[in-house]
Design a protein around this ligand. Structure first.
Ligand SMILES: NC(=O)c1ccc[n+]([C@@H]2O[C@H](COP(=O)([O-])OP(=O)(O)OC[C@H]3O[C@@H](n4cnc5c(N)ncnc54)[C@H](O)[C@@H]3O)[C@@H](O)[C@H]2O)c1
Length: 320
């Protein structure tokens, strides 16, 4: 019997689809919190990680039977893939389940920042029914959108930008320039994207190369009046440097869904900056994306428990 353990993140529950899939294979799904999972040795064969908490080598040592680790989404920053491969563990993710939702959210943040939506809403509620003439609004048509990374989410953002008349460039050293040009996107190096774009949308995954990448120096390259939107991972930017840039007016606004520390402390200075739109790591959420994640998880469990290659296998070399 295959032992399947799910490290839960309550907002994604209930876990009926996963439980049914495990039962069909003659087993029973065990749902645990991350703290409990990390504290107790387990004979799990399959771990589904909905919480996204790290599985470092020391923890893998206590999972002697593990043969498949599944990410409940695209992110794989909680596991060292090379280390898992060395141990013969299949690493699986769900790369497409919520990409449209994140792209929509990124674009919603772009629109909210460029139209100063939340500030105007607060102003009307505060009894001030006026145009924000000291902080001008700009038409999107003709402005430049710069994408950091050009994966599945950034590609959808690039498509959404077309009807707004934005011209789009992107920096992604792992995507062929012609693949960008085929989608009407201009390939560029990192620094020129930062220094020539009016709007930057960040879709960088968290990797050793990207952690802390958007620091004081790189943020200082941004155009005066630029807008920065970050929906990928909270450890790719320095929030203090970003806060300084918005507070002193060098950049016009920021839209942030992800933070180095989550939940963002309610007294964090970002919560007091007027021209910052904050959302609680919700970009991937919609009822439809949750359903897609559960359906995909059930298909992965079905494949692994029957000895088939699971969809979304990241390291097929483990199968030999
Ligand atoms: N906020 C949310 O709720 C939410 C939901 C889903 C995903 N995400 C995040 O969004 C990120 C992007 O998702 P995706 O589906 O587009 O992933 P993806 O795997 O399709 O694309 C990631 C892209 O990043 C590129 N990349 C890697 N290192 C780079 C670097 N140093 N410089 C430039 N580009 C680099 C890769 O070449 C790849 O094209 C995910 O890694 C995840 O962390 C957030």
């Amino acid at each position: 019997v295959t032992r399947v353990v799910l490290i839960e993140y309550p907002p994604y529950g209930p876990w009926d689809a996963e439980a049914d899939a495990v039962e069909r294979a003659g087993g029973r799904l065990e749902v645990v919190g991350y703290e409990q999972f990390a504290a107790t040795p387990s004979d799990a064969d399959v771990v589904l990680n909905a919480f996204g908490g790290a599985l470092p080598s020391a923890l893998l040592d206590r999972l002697p039977n593990l043969r498949c680790a599944v990410s409940f989404g695209v992110g794989l920053d909680w596991l060292d893939i090379a280390e898992a491969t060395k141990r013969g563990i299949m690493v699986v993710n769900m790369p497409l389940a919520n990409v449209e939702d994140v792209a929509t959210h990124a674009f919603a943040l772009i629109l909210a920042c460029s139209r100063r939506l939340l500030e105007l809403d607060r102003s009307v509620r505060g009894g001030v029914f006026e145009w924000p003439r000291s902080e001008p609004l700009h038409r999107l048509r003709g402005r430049r959108l710069g994408l950091l990374a050009f994966g599945n989410i950034a590609r959808i953002v690039a498509k959404l930008a077309v009807p707004f008349g934005l011209s789009v460039s992107a920096h992604d050293p792992y995507v062929a320039p012609d693949a960008m040009r085929a989608l009407g996107v201009e390939p560029a190096e990192l620094e020129p994207v930062l220094s020539t774009s009016d709007i930057i949308s960040v879709h960088l995954p968290s990797t050793p190369e990207t952690r802390g990448l958007l620091d004081e120096r790189l943020l200082s390259l941004l155009r005066r009046g630029a807008i920065v939107v970050i929906t990928s991972r909270g450890d790719v930017y320095d929030p203090d440097a970003l806060l300084r840039a918005v507070s002193d007016g060098r950049i016009a606004a920021a839209g942030l869904d992800v933070f180095p520390q989550e939940p963002l402390p309610s007294d964090h200075p970002l919560t007091r900056a007027g021209n910052v739109v904050l959302t609680p790591h919700v970009a991937g959420y919609s009822e439809e994306s949750i359903r897609d994640l559960h359906d995909t998880a059930a298909r992965i469990i079905g494949a692994v428990t029957s000895g088939a290659k699971p969809p979304g296998l990241v390291n097929p070399e483990v199968l030999g």
